[in-house]
Design a protein around this ligand. Structure first.
Ligand code: MN
Ligand code: MN
Length: 293
């Protein structure tokens, strides 16, 4: 009797364990882990940040202290020593720029500034009522820790009214990333002009004891191209170009679309030639248009 039960018990174990085996066999074979190719840091040869031009003909000559070219790989910029901010920053966004690296928040002085120049620091805007506003956004650079960290150099930062930075400026940044996720690549050039903004502590023309000029206006030009190669030659009369100018104030609409203007108007206000590498005849067409999508 005891043996019979044992036999039944053992048969049951064998039966169920063979069922389990079958179940394993019918499960799809495990997939190899997704391998994300390493995103190489940009080199001079792969630097596409100034493909559409250098709007103010910035140079890396220290004597050009109001228009000093800095190539950070992940973006390039014209720095203004006496304003303590960039004049403009230029960068390229493709879907491989988006990864899983979190916001590093490592705001810091740029060690590559000429030795004798004042270096705006992480704490320079403290208690000023202005945000440390990114020009090239942190969220456009999440492919590697290095890429994200590069956006926190203070040479990529401007004193920005919080309701501008967190309002229409942020909405436009998010909209741009949605265009990339939808199969486009972007060339973005953005900068500042004028003096005096209104932040959380009211109006100001400078912060950091006069070392940093608060701009009155922020501007941005975005050239939208479907993903592809030979980008400069693909900029055509019908290419979508989104341009905005936003005042650096706290009483500001949250709707980025309400700030659209033409590249021509931005060029009038700044004295720059944006998209200068694009043929003059195409510039004449795309710079006169105001985006209406
Ligand atoms: Mn921002
Ligand atoms: Mn132009």
């Amino acid at each position: 009797m005891k043996n019979k039960f044992t036999l039944l018990f053992l048969s049951a174990i064998i039966f169920f364990s063979s069922c389990k085996k079958d179940a394993i066999l019918t499960t799809p074979a495990p997939q190899p882990p997704i391998v994300v190719p390493p995103v190489a840091p940009p080199t001079d040869a792969t630097d596409s940040t100034l493909l559409l031009g250098n709007p103010s003909s910035a140079t890396d000559n220290e004597a050009d202290f109001g228009n000093y070219l800095m190539k950070e790989g992940y973006y390039s910029l014209s720095y203004n020593r006496d304003r303590g901010t960039p004049n403009w920053v230029s960068w390229h966004v493709v879907y491989t720029d988006f990864g899983s690296f979190a916001r590093q928040n490592d705001f810091r002085a740029n060690p590559n500034l000429p030795e004798t120049w004042y270096k705006v620091a992480a704490t320079s805007y403290s208690a000023s009522g202005f945000d440390r506003g990114h020009v090239c956004p942190s969220s456009d650079r999440t492919s590697t820790l290095e890429a994200n960290s590069a956006t926190f150099l203070m040479t990529n930062i401007i004193p920005q009214a919080p309701n501008n930075n967190q309002g229409p400026w942020a909405s436009l940044e998010t909209y741009c990333r949605s265009l990339v996720q939808a199969g486009n690549e972007l060339y973005v050039i953005a900068g500042v002009y004028g003096e005096g903004g209104v932040g959380n502590s009211g109006a100001a023309t400078t912060v950091d004891n006069g070392k940093v000029t608060v701009p009155s206006n922020l501007w941005k030009v975005i050239v939208v191209l479907p993903d592809g190669a030979n980008d400069l030659s693909r900029v055509k009369n019908n290419s979508r170009v989104i341009s905005v100018i936003m005042p650096n104030i706290n009483t500001i609409s949250t709707d980025w679309r309400s700030f659209r203007t033409s590249v021509d108007y931005i060029e009038d206000q700044t004295g720059y030639d944006v998209l200068s590498k694009v043929s003059t005849s195409i510039q004449n067409v795309i710079e006169a248009k105001v985006d209406d999508l």
